[in-house]
Design a protein around this ligand. Structure first.
Ligand SMILES: [Zn+2]
Length: 93
């Protein structure tokens, strides 16, 4: 699983990463959900959103999870190895 940090105050992100087949994937713009600010721990305040991305070359589907908690923004991709790079283009409000 590849985890990555998203800068604070980001409203949406575009991700760029390389599929194991070698194809470079650039995602659509994904919204970052608002944290549950009525809770004060990372786990309880974390709100996540899931987005499916399909490789146009080999058809591999990646589930991209984007989340925000009171500790900040974060995301992960289950189907991608941790040593792969994910380039994040962040849009803030
Ligand atoms: Zn692929």
């Amino acid at each position: 699983m590849k985890t990555f940090e998203i800068p604070p105050l980001t409203s949406s992100v575009i991700l760029k990463f390389t599929c194991p087949c070698g194809e470079e994937i650039v995602t659509d713009e994904f919204g970052v959900p608002s944290a549950n600010y009525s809770e004060d721990t990372h786990e309880k305040s974390l709100v996540t959103e899931e987005y499916d991305v399909e490789c146009p070359e080999c058809g591999q589907v990646f589930t991209v999870v984007i989340g925000q908690s009171v500790c900040g923004c974060e995301g992960w991709i289950d189907e991608l190895d941790d040593d792969e790079d994910v380039e994040i283009t962040a849009t803030s409000e």
